[in-house]
Write a protein that binds this ligand. Structure first.
Ligand code: GUN
Length: 298
């Protein structure tokens, strides 16, 4: 068997075309372009690349992007001042504080301060709570990207066994909620999976993953998922982006798994481009929320 490649770049391109049309309609109707404010603290090269990709993607779909760069030695208070001013700025639709933040910063305090209506990462406890209750406002970008790529390749997750490896707040936990949900905005084929959320302390991990119809790797360890851990014909989604001496690689041992899986995402060019794309969708959603609030309050 040679797996079908799930092409994240092509899928992202297709979704961005759709977002571009919706952004143009919004801008025409309201006279305001959606605005994404990104905050980058310090010089972390990976973060700088991510933020640059986000700026480029904004431009492509007609979203204005602002970049607020702060030096690595900034205090929590200074960052709080910036986030407060972005919260209060009516021109700013969405706010994204790029992680990780330097050690001296209280990251939780900063993220909790972002106005939930501008929280395009969906990290705020209010947005996490809404998601857990099955009535999400913003969908977290990477988990939403995973759902989208499966949906666009017509891979149904309903009734399937999914093993997610990694229980992070950004990927594993919210993805488990979305895939196991009773309903999805993408339809009946994009929910109702039976999900096992595995992690570094899961005993007999391979026994669990070998039963799964869909395996999602989001543990941050290069080539962690080997061919022996996946059953023939399973769908493999690789969320990892690891910088190694041999270059960029995912959490999946890609080459051997190409001959085991029915479908597989490559790294790069898999889930990554979709994460950025779903951020654009959330920024448009945030702009709509603010336009509605303005109408409601006069
Ligand atoms: N750093 C790595 N991934 C992310 C993400 O999705 N959002 C933010 N804000 N920072 C990140």
């Amino acid at each position: 068997m040679t797996a079908t490649l799930l092409d994240g770049r092509a899928t992202a391109q297709q979704i961005q075309e759709e977002i571009k049309v919706k952004v143009a309609a919004f801008t025409d109707a309201t006279g305001n372009q959606p605005v994404l404010a990104a905050v980058l603290v310090g010089e972390d090269p990976a973060s700088a690349v991510y933020v640059r990709n986000k700026e480029r993607a904004c431009k492509k779909v007609g979203i204005e992007s602002q970049l607020h760069r702060l030096s690595a030695d900034i205090s929590t208070e200074k960052l709080i001042d910036l986030v407060t001013s972005l919260n209060n700025d009516p021109r700013v639709s969405g706010i994204l504080v790029q992680l990780p933040l330097p050690k001296q910063i209280d990251s939780q305090k900063v993220l909790d301060l972002i106005d939930p209506a501008k929280d395009v990462d969906a990290f705020h406890p209010t947005n996490v709570g809404l998601l857990s209750q099955g009535r999400p406002r913003f969908l977290p970008c990477t988990p939403h990207g995973v759902l989208q790529v499966l949906h666009r390749y017509e891979i149904s997750i309903s009734g399937k066994l999914t093993a997610i490896i990694g229980r992070s707040d950004i990927v594993g936990k919210p993805l488990a909620m979305l895939m196991g949900a009773k309903s999805s905005h993408l339809g009946a084929d994009s929910c109702n999976s039976t999900v096992t959320l595995c992690h570094s302390r899961t005993p007999n991990l391979a026994e669990i993953t070998r039963q799964a119809d869909i395996v999602v790797a989001a543990i941050g360890v290069p080539k962690f998922v080997t061919a022996e851990m996946v059953k023939e014909g399973a769908v493999v989604v690789d969320v990892g982006i690891n910088r190694t001496e041999d270059g960029l690689c995912g959490d999946v041992d890609f080459e051997p798994l190409r001959h085991v899986a029915s479908h597989i995402t490559p790294v790069p060019g898999g889930v990554g481009p979709l994460t950025v794309t779903m951020l654009l969708e959330n920024t448009l959603m945030a702009a709509r929320l603010q336009a509605e609030t303005k109408v409601a309050t006069g």
